[in-house]
Design a protein around this ligand. Structure first.
Ligand SMILES: Cc1cc2nc3c(=O)[nH]c(=O)nc-3n(C[C@H](O)[C@H](O)[C@H](O)COP(=O)(O)O)c2cc1C
Length: 166
């Protein structure tokens, strides 16, 4: 089990092309549970989620991939966590947890940035009727992978510094 989990982490990659197959609600819930299981600075749990399945709305979201099945918009509730650096990190932790869940469920997904691109933020806020205290940060676009991508290997010894930076 532990080994499988490590493989899931190492095999995760961005998928940007999907089949037309829909993703069932159980899998979406599983992904959201993983998103909410992420660590949170001072345990504010400031991350909120907008699940978009409606194609008409989805296709107007920033950078949205035409054929993805679901878009999960990850937002920060800045009334719960006022420090930007912390709500951003909370959202990033949640994003990564969900991308790993997507991989584990044999789906494909990609991180689409919203914050700090002002145009993308405005588009998302207007489209999704987002109130002022909620900042949309990024989207997990997901679905069934169209073509299996090649595995990559990112490990580089030179990025590791032992004891001190040399
Ligand atoms: C903060 C952040 C923002 C990203 N924004 C986008 C985006 O707007 N559109 C996109 O197609 N991919 C986006 N990506 C995915 C990266 O392009 C991708 O992770 C990177 O090319 C490495 O590929 P891999 O995910 O397959 O390892 C983003 C990733 C991160 C971490």
């Amino acid at each position: 089990m532990a080994n499988n989990f490590l493989e899931v982490i190492k095999n995760r990659k961005s998928v940007r092309s999907f089949t037309s197959e829909l993703v069932c609600d159980e899998k979406i819930k599983e992904i959201l549970e993983c998103g909410m299981a992420a660590p949170s600075a001072m345990n504010t749990n400031c991350v909120e989620f907008i699940v978009v399945k409606n194609k008409e709305i989805m296709n107007k979201l920033p950078q949205m991939l035409e054929d993805c099945a679901v878009a999960i918009v990850v937002c920060a509730n800045v009334e719960k966590q006022k420090k930007e650096a912390y709500w951003l990190q909370d959202c990033a932790a949640s994003m990564e947890n969900m991308l790993l869940a997507v991989e584990a469920l044999e789906l494909g997904g990609v991180w689409i940035a919203i914050y700090p691109e002002e145009e993308r933020m405005k588009t998302a806020c207007d489209l999704l009727n987002v109130p002022n205290h909620i900042k949309p940060v990024a989207i997990v676009a997901l679905g069934y992978e169209n073509e299996k991508e090649n595995l990559k290997y990112n490990y580089e010894e030179k990025k590791i510094h032992s004891e001190k930076w040399i």
